[in-house]
Design a protein around this ligand. Structure first.
Ligand code: SF4
Length: 395
């Protein structure tokens, strides 16, 4: 989501004559798009903003925009403690970013705007289909900084997809709970179906789905549309139904596994997110997570130590000693590494459709990386027989 938001903000900045650079000393403007999901991310953003005071003072006219979720949560504090930030634009105000720029006397739109060349180089075009989240997971700050879920009209989404598909063969639909999309009865499954009808779209992905919103119409639309990638990043968070209940995740471990079974029948590979050391997680709960991980055979997982976020119900709970959490995390990471290697090796001898993202590498529909010694055209899809894998890449 943040990447898509950054891209959108960049597009508006191009309209003010800016070009993208990753060299700080060449820049006249620094855009910091922040995340607040973990304490660490927020600290890093603030400390970077602090360090930029010197950069700004070195040359007249340099500007700083501090945007996103941390800007939403800590806007007032940032305004007080970091006067170097010229514009503070919280996550709930990102839709108004162009107006904010226009209203500010610091920015003047130019008629011959630069085109976002680097955006079109990518194979995947990201399209936001909804904003915010109406789930209230006990550990999560997102609903507080991004607000309630609201779906963008299908007309706007489909037009954005058509535009992106001119230069990006793969479309990634984005939302905090992307499959909760529902615009006046126009469901996520219907939207997927319509995106697949766009001739230039060769592959469709979406992020992040929530298990509770996976319905029968989704399986049906997947069955009928080969363009829908056979990969789902489906956050699990815990393999213990008791902990899932404490987290207010709205599904049981058994229900999650049922979904995995259905997806595997459709040849899906599944990756996930897991939180280790949630305050109510016992050794037995952790064991259940490990067992479910083995059963699901994830192709990949982001595993995080529980990080209390001020203002959420979970932040009130007594934390588990860090040593125990770290130990559990290491055990889980080892398990995930094994699962991931298995996922890669299981494709040896099979034909896979590779969408080339560079001249010699690309991804399968199941989101596994492939590399070859031959040169291919970026953006093309080729069916290739997988001959080998080292457990991290297909060959
Ligand atoms: S579904 Fe839960 S974890 Fe995901 S954004 Fe919403 S509240 Fe946060």
């Amino acid at each position: 989501m943040n990447e898509a938001d950054s891209e959108e903000m960049l597009l508006h900045l191009f309209g003010f004559g800016y070009q993208k650079t990753s060299v700080l000393n060449e820049a006249d403007l620094v855009l910091i798009n922040t995340c607040t999901i973990r304490d660490h991310a927020e600290h890093r953003a603030l400390s970077y903003l602090g360090r930029l005071a010197k950069w700004k003072a070195e040359k007249q006219g340099r500007k700083i925009i501090f945007a996103g979720c941390a800007a939403e949560r800590l806007g007032k504090l940032v305004q007080k403690r970091f006067p170097q930030a010229d514009i503070i634009c919280g996550a709930k105000s990102l839709d108004k970013f162009p107006e904010i720029l226009e209203k500010s006397s610091l920015f003047k739109p130019i008629k011959t705007a630069n085109t976002p060349k680097e955006a079109s180089k990518k194979v995947t075009g990201q399209v936001s289909i909804m904003r915010g989240c109406s789930c209230k997971c006990a550990y999560c700050i997102v609903p507080y900084v991004r607000g309630e879920a609201s779906s963008i009209s299908p007309e706007i989404v489909l037009e954005n997809c058509r535009q992106k598909a001119k230069t990006h063969p793969e479309i990634m639909l984005l939302g905090q709970t992307v499959n909760a999309y529902n615009y006046k009865g126009f469901t996520f499954a219907k939207l997927l179906e319509e995106v697949c009808k766009i001739p230039e779209v060769k592959r469709v992905r979406f992020l992040s789905p929530h298990p509770v919103f996976i319905k029968d119409d989704f399986y049906k639309v997947v069955q009928d549309n080969k363009k829908i990638a056979r990969h789902l990043h489906l956050p699990l968070q815990s393999g213990s139904t008791k902990v899932l209940k404490d987290m207010k995740r709205l599904y049981t471990a058994e229900e999650y596994f049922e979904i995995i079974k259905n997806l595997k029948q459709l040849d899906f590979l599944i990756s996930t997110d897991i939180i280790v050391g949630y305050p109510t997680e016992t050794e037995e709960d952790f064991k259940q997570t490990l067992e479910l991980v083995k059963k699901c055979n994830f192709s990949f997982a982001y595993c995080f130590k529980f990080s209390p976020r001020e203002g959420t119900p979970a932040a009130e709970l007594k934390e588990i000693p860090q040593k125990i959490v770290e130990n559990r995390l290491n055990i889980l990471l080892n398990e995930i590494r094994e699962c991931s290697a298995l996922a890669y090796k299981s494709r040896i001898g099979q034909k896979e459709e590779i969408l080339f993202e560079t001249k010699n590498s690309g991804r399968t529909s199941g989101n596994l990386w492939y590399r070859t010694n031959t040169l291919e055209k970026v953006g093309t899809i080729k069916e290739i027989l997988i001959k080998d894998s080292n457990g991290k890449i297909l060959k």
